[in-house]
Ligand binder design. Structure first.
Ligand SMILES: Nc1ncnc2c1ncn2[C@@H]1O[C@H](COP(=O)(O)OP(=O)(O)OP(=O)(O)O)[C@@H](O)[C@H]1O
Ligand SMILES: [Mg+2]
Length: 511
């Protein structure tokens, strides 16, 4: 950013002053050589500047050939305030964006007030003689030079300029976060497709209605999680100071249908983070796992659902088998790892979560879910590995009240007193309660009566589900974050590729 006092500030002078001075210098140029006239003009301008009560700060779009991030921040910030202030606006609606964006029209001015100080912004567009290319962004710069000019009082500059710019950057960050469309990424066999071009993740737009308002949780759990997330996002400097990577880990555990996937969606929606839904059974090795991690963006939630089913966690780290490598020369064939050697191990997963490579991005949340926390390896549960262990359990009366408010718009009902006692010692999940309510949307009383009847049948704890280690959760759990229908079309070559892979695997097994 450059601070250049401008002649434009001379509006305190009357127009005749301008006419007279321009006329005078035009006349001067006819009398004396041009270089001397320019020199005099520059001196005159400097002299005039000492009278201006303002200074002007230019924020150019490009600094040499790199993009000036402050320009983008100012642009975003001003779009939130210019709607009322400016006389002429450019309106844009980027593809898939939720709202229209306002930008100032060329040479428009808009005022802003910060700490009771009034400042003005001017948007300048100057045609460029020839187009140019940037090096860093490898993008084409437009053939016009765009900049914002901040007009601020001389006396206010030292007092507020720094704080004002920090305020703009913080607000722009917030606005950008709110305006972003979220993406849901998935790894999977789709990566074999020739469409993927070495991109390990495929993405679709993530539109999930779950939020912390709609989640029915017991006691102050909701508040504790929200506070934890707010603390996490606000404390980048703290993480830096204590030498910790800026990431957070949550382990969500509890029976099926208690809201684990819904909570992941609520977290992503609250934080405006993309979701990486990692299907561990589709990852062939620790190295591939690391590559997947390297291809994730900052500000994202990295999820491994049903971790107990995705990986045999019964101490693989301890039972490291001694591998016998055949002598390449003696065998005459290059060494090929066996299927077992290629699988992801617990230690690979632990490195993924908090090893050196996990720090290759910032502002990330790792979430693991499981129905069987007791079956997880202690290494995964040790203090500091996952920052919060969140138990989502069967529906209680207080969670039921939230569900009744959400699903039936009921704040109170004469059956509530009976339901309060009926919920004690029962094992009904929020999903089951919600299901009954959806079926009886038009008749809240019928819904509550059916919940009462169902509670009687749920006095005995349901037997645990049969556990199938290293089975894909897609085959096990019908409720996953991902909707298969929403995935992009697979490559037409996919069935052929799958057949080829299957045959190769069978051949290896026979060997
Ligand atoms: N605590 C809750 N608050 C509000 N709705 C809930 C809650 N728990 C479950 N539901 C509802 O039940 C359905 C299933 O929930 P969800 O998929 O989040 O459960 P889950 O714990 O992930 O189950 P699974 O272990 O089988 O994956 C969702 O549609 C959600 O609307
Ligand atoms: Mg789930």
């Amino acid at each position: 950013m450059t601070i250049i006092p401008k002649l434009r500030s001379l509006k305190m002078f009357e127009p005749w002053t301008w006419v007279a001075s321009l006329g005078f210098f035009a006349f001067l140029k006819t009398l004396i050589p041009r270089e001397y006239a320019d020199y005099l003009l520059r001196g005159f301008r400097l002299w005039l500047q000492s009278f201006t009560p303002y200074i002007f700060c230019d924020v150019n779009e490009f600094d040499a050939s790199t993009v000036n991030t402050l320009f983008r921040d100012v642009e975003v910030y001003l779009s939130s305030i210019t709607a009322e202030a400016a006389l002429r606006l450019s309106l844009t609606k980027p593809k898939n964006a939720k709202a229209t964006t306002f930008t100032m029209g060329t040479d428009q001015r808009t005022a802003d007030v910060f700490n009771n100080v009034k400042v003005e912004w001017i948007y300048n567009v100057i045609p460029r003689n020839r187009p140019m290319y940037t090096h860093s962004y490898q993008s084409y710069q437009s053939d016009e030079r765009r900049s914002f000019t901040l007009q601020i009082g001389r006396k206010d500059k030292d007092r507020i300029l720094g704080k004002y710019l920090a305020h703009i950057q913080a607000r722009a960050k917030e606005l950008k976060r709110e305006a972003r469309d979220l993406l849901l990424y998935t790894n999977g066999k789709g990566r074999d497709s020739y469409y993927s071009h070495n991109r390990p993740w495929e993405s679709v737009n993530f539109v999930h209605p779950a939020s912390f308002d709609t989640l029915a949780l017991d006691g102050d759990l909701k508040q504790r999680i929200c506070d934890d997330l707010d603390r996490f996002v606000a404390n980048e400097a703290y993480y830096q100071r204590v030498g910790k990577a800026w990431k957070r880990g949550y382990l969500l555990y509890g029976p099926p249908g208690t809201g684990k996937s819904s909570m992941i969606a609520a977290i992503a929606n609250k934080m405006r983070y993309d979701v990486y839904d990692l299907e561990l059974t589709e990852v062939d090795s620790n190295i591939e796992l690391r590559k997947l991690l390297l291809h994730t963006n900052n500000r994202s939630v990295i999820v491994i659902e049903d971790i107990d089913c995705s990986l045999d966690l019964s101490g693989q780290r301890k039972r490291k088998k001694k591998r016998v490598h055949p002598e390449p020369a003696a065998a005459g064939v290059p060494f090929k790892p066996s299927r077992d050697d290629r699988k992801v191990t617990l230690s690979g997963l632990l490195n993924f979560v908090d090893g050196l490579w996990s720090c290759c991005g910032t502002e990330r949340i790792f979430i693991f879910t499981t129905n069987y926390v007791e079956k997880l390896d202690p290494a995964l549960l040790r203090a500091g590995r996952m920052d919060m262990h969140i138990h989502l359990s069967y529906c209680t009366f207080s969670a039921f009240v939230m569900l009744a408010r959400n699903y039936l718009q009921l704040d109170d009902h004469h059956l509530f007193a009976q339901l309060r006692t009926a919920f004690e010692g029962t094992f009904m999940t929020p999903a089951e309660v919600g299901e009954i309510m959806i079926k009886n949307l038009d008749s809240p009383t019928a819904a509550l009566e059916q919940v009462l009847a169902a509670l009687d049948e749920h006095r005995v704890k349901p037997p645990p589900l049969p556990r199938t280690p290293t089975t894909s959760r897609r085959t096990r759990s019908p409720r996953t974050l991902r909707t298969r229908a929403s995935l992009p079309m697979a490559s037409p070559n996919l069935p052929r590729l799958r057949r080829r892979t299957r045959t190769r695997n069978q051949q290896q097994q026979q060997k």
